[in-house]
Design a protein around this ligand. Structure first.
Ligand code: CLF
Ligand code: SF4
Length: 308
C-alpha cells in the first residue's frame, strides 16, 4: 500500500491537529518514530546538485556554479523523477515516502521543488519529505506547501554562532555574498529558526537533524533542542559525526556519548533513535535491503553526507 486512504498526505495545512496529524504521519513515515519504522520504505531522489554553505565535515568542495565533481554525472533531472519513483515502487512496494536529501542542499536550487511538484501530481498519496540545511527555508515554504511537501528535516548543529562556526566554515547568502565562520553561523542560525517557524505555521511537520560532533556541540544539545522546539520543531534526531574533511581528526561519538546527547535533548523533544545516516540515493526500508543499485544503476560515486 502506498498511503492511507483517509488522508491526503500532501495537504497537511488543513488536516487534523498537530499531534493527531503526527500520529498519522508517523504510522506511514519510517523516520518519525512511529509504527512505520521497519515496515515502510523511503526513496531518495538525488536531484539537488549544489550547496550554499560549507560544513567542515562535508567532504565535497563548495562550488558556486553548481557543479559537483565526482557526483554531477549521477544527479537526476527533476523531469526524471516520475520515472524513478514508479520504478522504485515496483522494486519496493512498501515505499510510502519520497524524500529529497541531497547530495547538495535541496533549497540551494529549485530542482527539489520542481521534482516534488511533478510527483505530487502523479503520486498525490506519497508523503513528500524534504531535508535541508535551512538557509533558504523561510523563502521557500510557500512553494514547498504548494508542491505537497508535508515533512521537512532541518539540519541544525547548534544555536550558538561560536559553536556552529566551528562546524560550518562559510555561508553564501542569496546575493552571493560569502560569510565566514561565526558570522556565517549567525546568519545560518537566524535563517534556520525563521524557516522552522514559518514552515511550522504552514502546517509542515518539522524534524531536526543534529550532527553530534564531540568536543564541539556535545555540550550544546539541550540548548539547541529547546530553541528548535520553541521555533516549532516536533522531533529531533542526533546523527553521530562521520569524521571527514576538516573534522576527520574528531573521533566518531560512541554509544555512550550518543545516549547522553539523546537524554539531554529528550527533555524538550521526542527523539528519533533509528536513523541509518542514509545516502542521497537510498531506496527501500531503512536498515533493510537497499535498492539504490537496481534503481540508479549503482550508488553515487562518493560516500557523502545526506541531510536525511
Ligand atoms: Fe529521507 Fe530523511 Fe525524509 Fe527519512 S531519511 S529525507 S526524514 S525520508 Fe530517516 Fe535516513 Fe535517518 Fe534521514 S533514516 S538519514 S532520518
Ligand atoms: Fe552542504 Fe549538506 Fe555538505 Fe553541509 S553537509 S556542506 S549543507 S551538502
Amino acid at each position: 500500500m502506498i498511503a492511507s486512504d483517509t488522508m491526503t498526505a500532501s495537504r497537511p495545512r488543513e488536516a487534523a491537529p498537530a499531534d493527531e496529524r503526527h500520529r498519522d504521519l508517523a504510522n506511514r513515515h519510517p523516520c518519525l518514530g512511529g509504527t512505520a519504522h521497519g515496515t515502510s520504505g523511503r526513496m531518495h531522489l538525488p536531484v539537488s546538485p549544489a550547496c550554499n554553505i560549507q560544513c567542515r565535515f562535508c567532504r565535497r568542495a563548495f562550488n558556486r556554479d553548481e557543479s559537483r565533481p565526482g557526483v554531477t554525472g549521477r544527479i537526476l533531472r527533476p523531469t526524471e523523477a516520475i520515472h524513478y519513483v514508479a520504478r522504485a515502487l515496483e522494486l519496493c512496494p512498501a515505499i510510502t515516502v519520497v524524500g529529497i536529501a541531497g547530495p547538495g542542499d535541496t533549497l540551494a536550487t529549485d530542482h527539489a521543488v520542481q521534482a516534488f511538484r511533478l510527483i505530487d501530481l502523479e503520486f498525490p498519496r506519497l508523503i513528500k519529505c524534504l531535508s535541508t540545511n535551512g538557509l533558504r527555508l523561510e523563502e521557500k515554504v510557500g512553494a514547498l506547501v504548494e508542491a505537497g511537501v508535508s515533512t521537512v528535516t532541518v539540519t541544525v548543529n547548534g544555536v550558538d554562532p561560536e559553536v556552529v562556526g566551528k562546524i560550518v566554515s562559510r555561508v553564501v547568502d542569496e546575493t552571493g555574498r560569502v560569510h565566514h565562520d561565526e558570522r556565517g553561523a549567525a546568519l545560518l542560525i537566524e535563517r534556520q529558526l525563521a524557516g522552522i517557524r514559518s514552515a511550522h505555521a504552514s502546517g509542515i511537520f518539522i524534524k531536526i537533524n543534529m550532527v553530534l560532533v564531540p568536543g564541539i556541540n556535545d555540550g550544546h544539545v539541550a540548548e539547541t533542542a529547546a530553541a528548535v522546539k520553541e521555533a516549532g520543531a516536533s522531533m529531533l534526531n542526533l546523527i553521530p559525526l562521520i569524521p571527514q574533511h576538516e573534522l576527520a581528526h574528531v573521533p566518531e561519538p560512541d554509544f555512550k556519548a550518543l545516549f547522553k546527547a539523546q537524554r539531554d535533548a529528550e527533555i524538550f523533544l521526542p527523539i528519533f533513535r533509528h536513523c541509518r545516516r542514509c545516502r542521497a540515493d537510498a531506496c527501500g526500508i531503512p536498515g533493510q535491503q537497499d535498492f539504490a543499485a537496481q534503481l540508479y544503476g549503482g550508488p553515487l560515486a562518493a560516500q557523502t553526507f545526506s541531510h536525511g
